[in-house]
Write a protein that binds this ligand. Structure first.
Ligand code: UDP
Length: 311
């Protein structure tokens, strides 16, 4: 089997590449390296079943030979990126999705879209089931990502309905683990680096907003279960345990034995107040549920960040 993984040098894409190679697949990674990094796939360079193509998927994508699956994970995804790269983000999930759907159609391949809990915006329904349509501000700072991913889902369903393309959609909730960028700007990379350096831990707002964080190995297992399923409708993949941001900050500080103080900063515009996936569909249809708890997952992530900060 041969997969094209767009965004395969990113945090989640590189873990997905690892697992598919372990399963005996050939993997072609396409990545512009805007937010991805060669360091994430350097260990794969020696494998004869691994190929790397540096390319922005918002330009036409041509891959030689047979392709069985096209997985689209290419997009910067941290809220700090929404300010830095809004146009690249819009292009990756609109033009990029169109190009990759075209590739899948030309090759007769299955297409999997990495969508996001951001399609629910600042949700008015809690927890969020897949049939909730969301509460998104199209012209706010997160609009470039949220609306582009909603467009990507619409493109995917249109190719499924109009061309009979074999498609899958995964809505990814907050995920963490090794290979997140140190300067990623998201909650756990910030908290962990700040705690390890005994610097102030930046808590936005009063920290009562909630998230449910999933360890990357659980997410990747869920994504592959979706890929292997025969259901084109979206699946939420994410942990059920909901935690406030301040509680996560406290936990990270405790685990790091850190003397960091909390530095409260203004809550970013449109920051979702609460987020937790309803994963009944994934449980019933895929038999998927997370296996790695916060203590183990954070422990592994701490190991990675400690090494990365020391090097
Ligand atoms: N957050 C925080 N301090 C930080 C980074 C993020 O308090 O240094 C908060 C942020 O306001 C949000 C939550 O943590 O409420 C998760 O933010 P993240 O950037 O990880 O992604 P989001 O879930 O908002 O897309």
């Amino acid at each position: 089997m041969r997969a094209v993984i767009a965004g395969g040098a990113g945090f989640i894409g590189s873990h997905l590449s690892d697992v598919l190679l372990e399963r005996g697949w050939e993997v072609v990674v396409i990545d512009s390296l805007l937010s991805g990094s060669m360091a994430n796939v350097a260990h794969l360079a020696g494998s004869p079943r691994f190929t790397f193509v540096r390319q922005d998927v918002s330009r036409p994508v041509r891959i030689r030979g047979r392709v069985d699956s096209v997985l689209h994970l290419a997009s910067p995804a941290s809220p700090v990126d929404f300010f830095k790269y809004p146009i690249q983000i819009l292009k990756a999930s609109t033009l990029g999705t169109h190009n990759l759907l075209g590739l899948a159609k030309a090759k007769g391949a299955r297409f999997l879209l990495a969508s996001t809990s951001e399609v629910y915006g600042d949700p008015l329904v809690h927890p969020q089931p897949e049939d909730y349509w969301g509460n998104v501000n199209p012209i706010g700072p997160r609009g470039c990502y949220d609306e582009a991913k909603r467009c990507a889902e619409a493109f995917t369903m249109a190719y499924h309905r109009a061309h009979g393309l074999d498609t899958r959609i995964v809505r990814i909730f907050n995920t963490y683990g090794p290979r997140m960028r140190l300067d990623d700007g998201r909650m756990l990379p910030n908290f962990i680096t700040q705690a390890l350096r005994d610097e102030p831990i930046t808590v936005y707002g009063d920290g009562t907003q909630t998230r449910s964080v999933t360890y990357v190995d659980d997410l990747v297992r869920g994504m592959l279960a979706v890929l292997e399923s025969d259901d084109p409708l979206p699946f939420n993949i994410g942990d059920q345990n909901e935690t406030s941001v301040i509680d996560l900050a406290r936990r990270v500080r405790r685990m790091a034995h850190s003397s960091s103080a909390f530095a409260f900063r203004p809550l970013p515009e449109d920051d979702p107040k609460q987020r937790r996936p309803d994963t009944s569909r994934a449980q019933a249809i895929l038999g998927w549920q997370p296996e790695i708890g916060l203590v183990e997952g954070l422990g592994r992530t701490f190991d990675y960040f400690s090494r990365a900060l020391a090097s």
